[in-house]
Design a protein around this ligand. Structure first.
Ligand code: ADP
Ligand code: GLC
Length: 476
């Protein structure tokens, strides 16, 4: 009994992206369409996005959305459509979605406005008659949307998805009124969080169902070492908690058709070698007799980037090479610059964000490294699998759920697709890198792993069916 669902996210591919949330929010509508669900996605009309040439007529408007007029139109780009919330006083400014380098001071208001607009659309529909049965809120930016629905006594069902519990949308309790939240909701079992209010917690306690982006992360979230203070809240929702693994967009990430690379496929891997040669040249690397590893990542301690300075010198001494693309924490950027300088021709670094280069890296790399301390799902290990770059990952969250470790049994059975390590420290990461070099030297074993990875089911087929079943159970 499919129906309509309003997805609410702060970033959506191909319109704007800072991380995996955008990939997922961008992929869900077509994945859900396969199950008969009509999903539209509401996102902020950031500077440069809101006045697209393909905008529809106004579908929703108010004179005063938290301090200024706002309207929603449908906008299309590259075959994808979103509902764009045009509210110049909140979103028409330089500095990316959240403020770069410093977060915007009014982020609580900006994303409360997004959530409020979503809840209003969910209750009253759009001017073209489209009215959703389910509101699906992603992360803290949309966390208040299920709360506004509940406080309004709405019957529209809601889902909150946690993409990363580290970002909790904490704001001053003094903003309660400005955010149109009832004082009565400021209690520990609702919005209150250590004297502040947390928009993510609001979404967790008020949504009809809570999901996160892998089964392992769902279990981890209920433990203090991963729950970041919200483990108890998550545990209290365990009956309504679902770990649904992210997929990847198999059209955007297809080595046989990717316009950014020399194409290749199982059975014709020549292009992979050409991409490797080109990547070495692009990063100024030479004399790499071992595996060429790549990293495409936010540079943060979550991602274990600080472990590289300790683990990489031995790896490159034994013939390996490393190419890193990322940006983030200035200290970690500095550490990587020092590492690259100490290993010229072996470690290459690009600070910045470059989608096209990221495709060339997965295509040219022999391995992709993801040494995260925690990883709700992670997408780059899946891009690696699809592009024949063997993932070396910390055994946590979605990394544990998507990579089959090359232990002796898995190798003997021919099911291994990568290497997992635990605990997340430089010593076990170093051990994993030694294993990577050993496997790389065993060509038939390596080829078999590569092939196995490239044939993994990484798309949305299974997971979108789970979201569809969840929506159906909510409206049943
Ligand atoms: P997270 O969302 O925590 O950053 P994910 O692995 O889920 O981690 O998603 C990160 C996404 O952002 C992937 O699509 C990855 O390829 C992309 N990405 C990260 N850093 C960069 C960068 N510097 N340039 C291009 N793409 C990047
Ligand atoms: C978050 C997580 C990442 C996940 C992504 C998409 O950014 O850090 O692990 O893949 O969301 O769900």
């Amino acid at each position: 009994m499919p129906g309509k669902v309003l997805s609410v996210a702060s970033e959506v591919v191909p319109f704007i992206k800072t991380g995996g949330l955008a990939d997922v929010a961008g992929a869900l509508p077509s994945a859900l369409a396969d199950h008969g669900w009509d999903m539209r996605t509401l996102m902020p009309g950031y500077r440069g996005l809101q006045k697209g040439p393909n905008a529809s007529k106004v579908l929703w408007s108010v004179d005063d959305l938290f301090g200024g007029p706002a309207s929603v139109r449908s906008c299309t780009q590259g075959g994808a459509a979103v509902l764009m919330l045009d509210a110049p006083h909140l979103f028409d400014r330089d500095g990316g979605p959240y403020g770069d380098p410093k977060d915007f001071k009014d982020n609580a208001i900006r994303f409360a406005a997004l959530s409020w607009a979503a809840a209003d659309i969910a209750q009253n529909g759009l001017q073209d008659g489209w009215t959703p049965a389910v509101l699906h809120a992603h992360d803290w930016q949309a966390g208040l949307a299920p709360a506004y629905l509940q406080f309004a006594g709405s019957s529209v069902k809601s889902v909150t998805t946690v993409h990363n519990i580290a970002f909790q949308g904490n704001a001053s309790a003094a903003l309660l009124g400005a955010l149109k939240l009832p004082i009565s909701a400021f209690t520990p079992d609702c919005l209150e969080y250590w004297g502040h209010l947390s928009t993510l917690k609001a979404g967790l306690v008020t949504a009809d169902a809570v999901t996160t982006v892998s089964p392992t992360y769902a279990a981890e979230l209920m433990r203090p070492e991963f729950g970041m203070g919200l483990d108890g809240v998550i545990a209290s929702r365990s009956a309504d908690l679902h770990g649904i693994l992210n997929g990847i967009d198999l059209d955007l990430w297809n080595p046989a058709t990717d316009p950014e690379i020399k194409p290749f496929r199982i059975g014709d891997m020549k292009g992979k070698g050409l991409n490797r040669t080109a990547l070495l040249a692009e990063f100024g690397l030479s004399d790499i007799s071992g595996p060429l590893a790549v990293i495409v990542s936010r540079l943060t301690t979550q991602k274990g980037i600080d472990l590289l300075s300790q683990a990489i010198p031995d790896f490159v001494a034994s013939g390996g090479g490393l190419a890193v693309l990322g940006s983030g924490d200035p200290d970690l950027e500095e550490q990587l610059k020092v590492l690259a300088k100490a290993h010229p021709g072996k470690v290459g670094l690009r600070i910045g964000y470059d989608d096209s280069l990221s495709h060339r890296m997965f295509a040219g790399g022999d391995a992709v490294l993801v040494p995260s301390r925690f990883e709700p799902c992670g997408l780059t290990q899946m891009y690696g699998l699809r592009y024949g770059a063997i993932p070396v990952v910390a055994a946590t969250g979605g990394l544990a759920d998507t990579v089959i470790d090359a232990n002796p049994m898995a190798l003997a059975d021919g099911v291994a697709t990568g290497i997992q390590f635990h605990p997340v420290d430089a010593m076990s990461f170093g051990r994993a890198l030694r294993q990577l070099s050993t496997l790389f030297a065993q060509r038939p074993v390596w080829r078999r792993m590569q092939k196995r990875g490239m044939t993994q089911h990484l798309g949305w087929a299974t997971s979108s069916a789970k979201y569809a079943a969840l929506y159906e159970s909510l409206i049943a």
